[in-house]
Write a protein that binds this ligand. Structure first.
Ligand SMILES: [Zn+2]
Length: 210
């Protein structure tokens, strides 16, 4: 690594384990290696179109031209809670993630009326690494139950995380995911013990997936 590169890594607090040397490797080889080893960045890549920089993230963005990608990529490694919440009014289950206290997070969802309701209760939360990835994968596994077109104002980025299924279905999906991927649970919290009401929901498959 040359001094410029080392300075750049140091300035942006990029850990050595998060970057690899792409020299002599094809783009496919680089991408595979990054994915398998969960490496966020590569140097000695093909030069960027704009200025010829050779440090890119896993999605091929030049991280010198746009340093915002650095924080974005680092967040994918964050430790936090993936949680299951429920709404009795709507018969909705929500899978989400947060790096703060899940109870605090749920308070925000209720004050913003996510899913057009404010009776969200967090039922279970599991602390783990790479929580962004875990959240996205679990949401994908449940996607046939996904609620579509339930918007709530302008910042509707979270509407995709709502599902029409029983709590037990969501729990089973979460547990299977952690087991199959052998992901370490750093902490597990159950906030609600009388979950029967949340198991009276129906599993409603989006016609798209029938
Ligand atoms: Zn660049």
């Amino acid at each position: 690594m040359d001094t410029n590169l080392l300075d750049f890594l140091e300035y942006h607090k990029i850990d050595k384990s998060d970057i690899m040397d792409a020299k002599g490797l094809s783009i496919t080889e680089i991408k595979n290696k990054m994915k398998t080893n969960n490496i966020l960045f590569a140097y000695n890549t093909t030069p960027c179109e704009k200025s010829g920089h050779t440090i890119r993230d896993r999605h091929s963005h030049c991280i010198v031209c746009n340093t915002a990608h650095i924080a974005f990529m680092k967040r994918t490694k964050a430790t936090g809670y993936v949680y299951i919440a429920g709404s009795i009014i709507k018969n909705y289950i929500k899978i989400g993630m947060t790096t703060e206290d899940p109870i605090k997070r749920i308070g925000k969802l209720n004050s913003r009326k996510v899913g057009n309701t404010n009776d969200w209760i967090v039922i279970k939360a599991i602390k783990c690494d790479h929580v962004n990835m875990v959240e996205i994968d679990i949401q994908k596994a449940l996607q046939k139950y996904k609620v579509e077109g339930e918007y709530y104002g302008d910042e509707s980025i979270e509407s995709v995380e709502i599902f029409r299924c029983k709590y037990n279905k969501a729990l089973e999906t979460v547990e299977n995911y952690f087991r199959d991927k052998q992901i370490n649970k750093k902490e597990e919290k159950t906030y609600l013990f009388n979950i029967e009401k949340y198991n009276n929901f129906r599993n409603i498959v989006n016609p798209k997936y029938l």
